[in-house]
Design a protein around this ligand. Structure first.
Ligand code: URA
Length: 441
């Protein structure tokens, strides 16, 4: 086999065989095929596309390029949940203890934030003492004993994807559905779960801004997951405005604790309940979304989800007292209120701009190497559809630096759009995609 022939075949629009895909993925990962030939192949894929079989074969080749986590020592159906990334998206931290409190094992690997979007690992690391690095044995033991463990991705998880993504990033070949779907799913398949619930975000703060593209991505990923023998469902959800009120690591952990105490924002709870319900469905714990929601809500009402969250924090070295006293979380030195300049209604809160404001405060990462400040961020006091009076507080900024505060303030002012006329609230759940088809919600 020659890489030259594979490039020419794809350039001319033909389907690549499983062997050809494995050849280029393995050859590139091992350093035997140079960047310039893979760059050319990526551009050929970008223009000629890949069909479902090729996309699945690419995903499997990337997943198999490194460690495959073996979760067979954990009893029960292991269901993973993955979000394509958003602003204020802390659903994993709300869902995981609820689902685990019901006895369903949650053995999860999560990522860090990049750019305007946040990451679960960064949020957890804002809890004093919390470690997101566990040995494989400890990880499995924690899931077997308390049904919940959450760690960062290991260095050798789908290394082919790491190399290919870095090349796509500098060759203008990121934006191809097959390449995006296979990249995300290779890491999920290597993480070892039996079933997967995907939260595909759409809107200004999402990777897929356009709803049609989000739906297409959801279908591709569901095809891959089911093709790989993992029961997979995707829910397409709104990311025009941030989810919940808090954006910023420690602020989001506080909001998770409030939500598990039954005092969280409605939108965050609603999306968490829907995603958590599909996890229970895939785990075989119930056969309807309605009964799953009742089961999950009960874990908040009876305090079992909150107890599970404390247990989880302590099992990973964190200070469980943060549950009773959120003042123990990192706190910013400067607190500033942003007020409305007119009476009216909130028409839009651009999630990307809010994410950028948090990034400007140091709450996010400009590059993979950036160090983040866990204490800073933004709390929104008004959401789309709310009425507002002149001088009423729209948001609070938490900062540790006056220059960063100034930048965040400017970005936040641009994020809010007010209207004189009443505005409808945004629809949170848009589509559910499963192997039986696409359902409009
Ligand atoms: N996230 C990924 O992991 N891969 C992509 O290609 C795009 C987003």
């Amino acid at each position: 086999m020659r890489i030259y022939d594979i490039i020419a075949k794809k350039r001319d629009g033909f389907e690549l065989s499983k062997e050809e895909i494995e050849y280029f993925v393995n050859g590139f990962t091992d350093g035997e095929i140079p960047d310039y030939q893979i760059s050319s192949l990526l551009m050929a894929i970008y223009f000629s596309g890949m069909n479902d079989t090729e996309t699945l074969n690419l995903t499997m080749a990337m997943a198999n390029s490194g460690d495959i986590l073996d979760l067979s020592a954990i009893s029960g159906v292991k269901v993973d949940k993955h979000s394509t990334g958003g602003v204020g998206d802390k659903t994993s931290l709300v869902i995981a203890p609820m689902v685990a409190a019901l006895g369903v094992p949650v053995a999860k690997m999560s990522g860090r934030g990049l750019g305007h979007t946040g990451g679960t690992i960064d949020k957890l690391e804002s809890i004093p003492g919390f470690s997101t690095i566990l040995s494989k044995e400890q990880f499995i033991e924690n899931v077997n004993t308390i049904r919940l463990a959450l760690v960062g991705q290991t260095a050798n998880l789908a290394p082919a994807d790491k190399k290919l993504y870095a090349l796509r990033d500098v060759t203008a070949t990121v934006d191809n559905m097959s390449l995006i779907a296979s990249s995300i799913m290779s890491k999920k398949l290597a993480s070892g779960a039996d079933a997967i619930v995907l939260d595909v975000k759409t809107g200004s703060g999402a990777f897929m801004r356009n709803e049609d593209d989000a739906l297409l991505l959801a279908r591709e990923m569901v095809n891959i997951g089911n093709g790989a023998g993992r029961n997979t469902i995707a829910v397409v959800t709104n990311m025009e405005e941030p989810l919940g009120n808090a954006v910023g690591n420690a602020l989001e952990v506080k909001e998770v604790i409030d939500t598990l105490k039954g005092n969280g924002p409605k939108d965050l709870l609603s999306v968490s309940l829907v995603l958590g319900s599909y996890m229970l469905l895939l785990a075989g714990r119930t056969d309807s979304v309605e009964s799953a929601m009742d089961m999950l809500l009960k874990t908040i009402e009876d305090g079992s989800a909150l107890r599970k969250f404390r247990e989880f924090i302590e099992a990973q070295g964190g200070k469980g007292e943060v549950i009773d006293n959120t003042e123990l979380l990192p706190k910013a030195k400067i607190v500033m209120k942003v007020t409305a300049v007119q009476n009216g209604f909130v028409k839009a809160i651009d999630a990307r701009q809010v994410g950028r404001a948090s990034l400007a405060l140091g709450g996010g990462r400009e590059t993979k190497e950036s160090v983040i400040d866990p204490a800073v961020g933004i709390v929104l006091h008004k959401k789309v559809g709310d009425s507002i009076l002149k001088e009423e507080v729209l948001a609070t900024i938490y900062a540790n630096d006056t220059e960063q505060l100034k930048q965040a303030d400017e970005l936040l002012q641009q994020a809010f759009e007010l209207s004189e006329k009443p505005v409808e609230q945004q629809q949170l759940i848009k589509w559910v995609v499963s192997k039986s088809g696409v359902e409009k919600v």
